[in-house]
Design a protein. Structure first.
Length: 429
């Protein structure tokens, strides 16, 4: 009885107090590391959750919010885990979907003999029994070969990236086949002195001409492999006008009131369909994503039947609806009950009424003016066109073009103008 009484008394405080002390110690330690060594701390957290894509994506968003750069995978720089270099975090190959540990071991082992020079060199040197063709294609999709481009790829230049990845992707089959043959010859003892010389004097290689990847194909490939967008975001093209006709982002949604009417732009990251037990109607539960984060959108019955095709397109959307607040503890979760869905491109054409092109007077010549005129003619519509012409360092002229130069504000129009005058040279209003 005495032993039991002692145990009963100890049970009243021993378990909970010992855990409180341990949890308190861990909390202080992790808080210290995050405050004083944030880059290493976040890299360690990402490595710990490398097999849970959703968790990694949340950590990456948090890391970017802290002003820390997260660099994409690189066959010459990435390790199995997330690593720290030059104050930034390098994405670990272990978190790339479809690239297993055996393949990563093969890549790291081959890299001990020096950095890879190009795709063909990569396929000759890695063990293709471990690194199969699908793994190579995945590495192309996520941008892991971008550092091997035959010229600089400016950050955020999706056009240049699309051309590069399209060409590298088109070369994978040939490079893989040549690599298999070289390795088979080597295993059979048929290598020669010339093979050694080729390895020592590896020069530039040519990749086949191929159709460039569109912005959407490129970004979708990154999202598929990594769980997040690296080179840009599908909403980048709509950022300016979203500030005009969207009422909220996923971040500001947290301050919305019950039943408040909202408009929010984003893309469908995940769609789950369920049937109602009450009336057998089909309902959709969306994970809706913008640049700031994610929220849940509920699309019921007739609304889902009406907008199902749009929701499955994979293109940027504008969702209109009302807020439903759930949960008792703060922060309470805000969900959107959907009333209407439309493509952001359609919303742009409905709500934007002018296009302004900004250009430098001293950069204009007859050929450039003719090319701009042809662009306007090719994309005719009802949207008024303005030119903002910088005449001197101190002043500029702003004027409206004749009605025959009115345009339709499509992505093709914006990209054509920006190819001519540079990114940021066209704005919508």
């Amino acid at each position: 009885n005495e032993v039991f009484d002692n145990l009963a008394m100890f049970a009243g405080y021993g378990f909970n107090k010992s855990h409180s002390a341990a949890y308190g110690m861990v909390t202080y330690q992790t808080a210290y590391l995050k405050a004083h060594h944030p880059v290493h701390m976040m890299a360690a957290l990402m490595t710990n959750d490398a097999d849970r894509t959703e968790r990694v994506v949340r950590l990456i968003n948090e890391t970017k919010g802290m002003g820390i750069e997260v660099r994409p995978p690189d066959v010459n720089a990435s390790s199995l885990d997330f690593t720290v270099a030059e104050g930034a975090i390098r994405f670990g190959l272990g978190a790339v979907k479809g690239v297993g540990h055996s393949a990563i071991e093969g890549i790291l082992q081959a890299r001990k003999d020096g950095p890879f020079l190009n795709l063909y060199d990569f396929c000759e040197r890695v063990d293709l029994q471990k690194v199969n063709k699908r793994v190579v294609e995945t590495l192309v999709k996520c941008g892991a070969f971008d550092s091997l481009a035959d010229g600089p790829l400016p950050a955020g230049d999706l056009e240049a990236l699309g051309h590069w990845r399209g060409r590298v992707d088109a070369a994978v089959a040939t490079a893989f086949s040549l690599g298999q043959k070289k390795q088979a010859d080597r295993d059979a003892g048929q290598g020669s002195l010339f093979d050694v010389a080729d390895g020592l004097e590896a020069g530039p290689v040519s990749y086949p001409e191929a159709s460039p990847w569109s912005d959407q194909v490129l970004l979708d490939a990154e999202k598929q492999c990594l769980g997040f967008y690296v080179s840009g975001h599908p909403l980048d093209r709509y950022e300016e006008e979203l500030g005009v006709y969207a009422t909220h982002t996923t971040e500001t949604l947290e301050r919305a009131a019950e039943r408040e009417a909202v408009k929010i732009g984003g893309v469908v990251a995940e769609l789950k369909e369920r049937r109602s037990k009450r009336n057998d109607s089909r309902n959709a539960f969306l994970t809706f994503e913008d640049r700031a984060g994610q929220c849940e959108v509920l699309v019921f019955g007739a609304r889902y039947a009406e907008f199902e095709d749009l929701l499955k397109k994979g293109e940027p959307l504008l969702v209109q609806g009302s807020v439903r607040i759930e949960g008792d503890e703060e922060p309470r979760e805000r969900k959107i009950i959907c009333d209407k869905v439309q493509l952001l491109l359609d919303a742009r054409e409905e709500l934007v009424n002018k296009v302004t092109v900004q250009l430098e007077a001293d950069s204009l010549d007859e050929a450039t003016v003719c090319e701009l005129r042809d662009i306007f003619k090719k994309h005719q519509g009802d949207c008024a066109t303005y030119l903002r012409l910088r005449v001197t360092l101190a002043g500029q002229a702003h004027f409206k073009l004749p009605v025959e130069y009115s345009v339709r504000p499509t992505d093709d129009l914006l990209q054509a103008v920006e190819r001519l005058f540079g990114r940021g040279s066209v704005s919508l209003g």
